[in-house]
Design a protein around this ligand. Structure first.
Ligand code: ZN
Length: 153
């Protein structure tokens, strides 16, 4: 017979969907030792890069956005992921990616202003901020990818 502890260590499969790709993917989450959590996805982005938007959204507990409405699945997922380093890394990656999008928007806006001196100054500032944000996002994604692979340090 399975104990509660054994059950917690059973991999949890989630069927995720999103508005953008109209596809359905399978995410597998598994609790390891010392708070380690492994999370994989069947989508192309994950296969190519070992992380994907689904995993970041799930680590940020946006289960409903991923099409998960079953409260039992929701509760089991939260039990495995809440309070872990993976959750923290997911929130950080999410925030860094949002900053990249924000500064990229500023770059677009400055370029749309036409080639004036003011526009070039704005563009230079926004591009510097974008470069910094992109580096930080790259680092955050590297950390998130390691966490999702089950690393704990
Ligand atoms: Zn995915």
């Amino acid at each position: 017979m399975l104990t509660t502890h054994d059950l917690a260590n059973q991999p949890l499969s989630l069927t995720v969907s999103d508005d953008h790709h109209h596809g359905v993917e399978t995410v597998t989450v598994c609790a390891g030792a010392q708070g380690a959590v492994t999370m994989t996805c069947s989508c192309r982005q994950y296969i190519a890069q070992n992380w994907c938007r689904h995993l970041v959204d799930l680590a940020c507990m946006r289960l409903r956005d991923c099409g998960i409405t079953d409260p039992d699945i929701d509760a089991r997922f939260e039990e495995i992921v809440a309070g872990t380093a993976l959750e923290i890394a997911g929130n950080d990656a999410d925030h860094r990616l949002a900053m990249v999008a924000h500064h990229a928007g500023r770059v677009d806006q400055a370029r749309a202003g036409g080639p004036s001196r003011d526009a070039m100054e704005s563009l230079a500032l926004a591009a510097r901020d974008l470069a910094e944000a992109a580096e930080a996002a790259s680092d955050a994604l590297r950390r998130f990818t390691r966490r999702a692979a089950g690393a704990i340090d």
